[in-house]
Design a protein around this ligand. Structure first.
Ligand code: MN
Length: 414
């Protein structure tokens, strides 16, 4: 019997891309993320072309040997071996960027070159999926999942909520103002649970960053998880959510920006809470394209060519925005600006950068609604499609931000 013996996504050897599950090996059928660039490797060193042609009929199937031949009549010559791979890579990228579906027959390609492909195709919003085949896998079928980020057929209405950062009290007040009923209880496992309902059928769209800095990160995470599970909320991944996910997976993370309070809160919860949190965070979408393509929700930004697509590179952009890789004197990453070049039709509603008041981008098609609640500002929502802004002032300031000044009159505290 022949089978797929291994399947690895573009996210560091992880079998799961952040927003599309690679569910595995049920009856020799395998699900792969939408718009993947499949890289098929046969254990016996033979060509995987027939497998790819059978499973991905619309795709351009490319192999290295063809590019070596272009350079020299002898594909084993030094010239062909050296120059073939860059030529191959360039052609793959050009096809992906122009929206073609591409699959790679990895015959004759080294493991490090396959990893290079996975890194590169991710930048063209095509998750690079390595499939190791034992034999020709004649009975194996690939199923491409729909894009987890393209929800154009969902028109809402939505209440898009900015960075909550552990401020449960303000979140509950804001949701009450927006017409939601919220009730908290403990389940049989003694986990904190919430029921969130809206009689008008409205739904919450969290821009991400539910935890860190504020006094009740677990409460905010529990509320958001339950609201997502019951279909009352969607939640796009923020950089703090991504960090929490890394921590839950025992990956190395830096203990700054309010993270230690969250980890001690989460550690005090029952094991079932952490399992549920991990399962929720790993399936959060990078961003969401909604309402006929007129609305995008993303934590730190989303370029027009990314809308409705997905990959690990794209997810990183949505979580952090265009970072320069440098940190400032306060230890914060230096952030680039993407909004002045953004000409898209969709309004992008984002958080991430605390602003004193909700702030429009220079072209009127980006809105930042992170009004720095945890820093003593306010928690803000935008109602869609009404485009109305609703804010509640912070009860208290729980952290200091070097570039953010709350309006002094806003603080409710004593
Ligand atoms: Mn934030």
């Amino acid at each position: 019997m022949t089978a797929i013996i291994n399947a690895v996504s573009d996210r560091q050897g992880d079998p799961v891309s952040p927003s599309a599950k690679l569910t595995g090996f049920v009856a020799n059928e395998i699900e792969i993320p939408w718009a993947s660039c499949v890289i098929a490797v046969r254990k016996d060193g033979a060509s995987a072309r027939s497998f790819l042609a059978r499973n991905l009929p619309g795709a351009d199937i490319l192999e290295l040997a063809r590019y070596r031949i272009q350079l020299s009549d002898d594909p084993r010559s030094t010239e062909a071996k050296k120059g073939g791979f860059p030529l191959f890579m360039r052609d793959v990228m050009e096809r992906l960027v122009s929206g073609r579906s591409v699959a790679i027959d990895a015959q004759g390609i080294r493991d490090d070159q396959i990893r290079e492909f996975q890194r590169m195709t991710s930048k063209a919003y095509a998750p690079g999926i390595r499939l190791d085949l034992d034999g020709d896998c004649e009975e194996t079928t690939l199923h491409m999942l729909p894009s987890p980020t393209d929800r154009r057929d969902d028109a809402g209405p939505f209440d898009i909520v900015g960075d909550v950062h552990g401020c449960l009290e303000e979140l509950r007040e804001l949701l009450a103002d927006l017409g939601y009923d919220v009730a908290e209880y403990r389940d049989a496992d003694h986990q904190r649970r919430f029921t969130v309902t809206h009689l008008g059928g409205r739904r919450i769209a969290f821009v991400g960053d539910l935890a860190d800095r504020g006094p009740d990160s677990v409460g905010c995470l529990a509320l958001a998880m339950d609201a997502v599970a019951s279909g009352v909320a969607v939640w796009t991944i923020g950089n703090h959510d991504g960090k929490l996910l890394d921590w839950l997976r025992n990956r190395k993370v830096s203990m700054n920006h309010g993270f230690p309070t969250t980890t001690s809160e989460v550690s005090a919860e029952p094991e079932s809470f952490r399992t549920r949190l991990l399962d929720t965070l790993r399936t959060l979408p990078s961003h969401l394209l909604l309402d006929g393509g007129n609305l995008v929700v993303a934590h730190a930004g989303c370029l027009e060519e990314m809308h409705g697509r997905d990959s690990s590179y794209l997810t990183s952009f949505c979580m952090f925005g265009p970072v320069t890789g440098q940190t400032d004197v306060h230890g914060y990453p230096v952030r680039g600006d993407w909004t002045s070049d953004y000409r898209g039709r969709a309004l992008v509603v984002q958080g991430h950068t605390p602003v004193t008041d909700p702030t429009w981008g220079p072209n009127g098609n980006v809105l930042c609604i992170d009004t720095g609640c945890c820093f003593g500002g306010a928690l803000t929502a935008m109602r869609w499609p009404e485009r109305e802004l609703v804010s509640v002032p912070a009860v208290d300031a729980h952290a200091v931000h070097h570039e953010f000044q709350p309006q002094a009159t806003r603080l409710q505290g004593p």
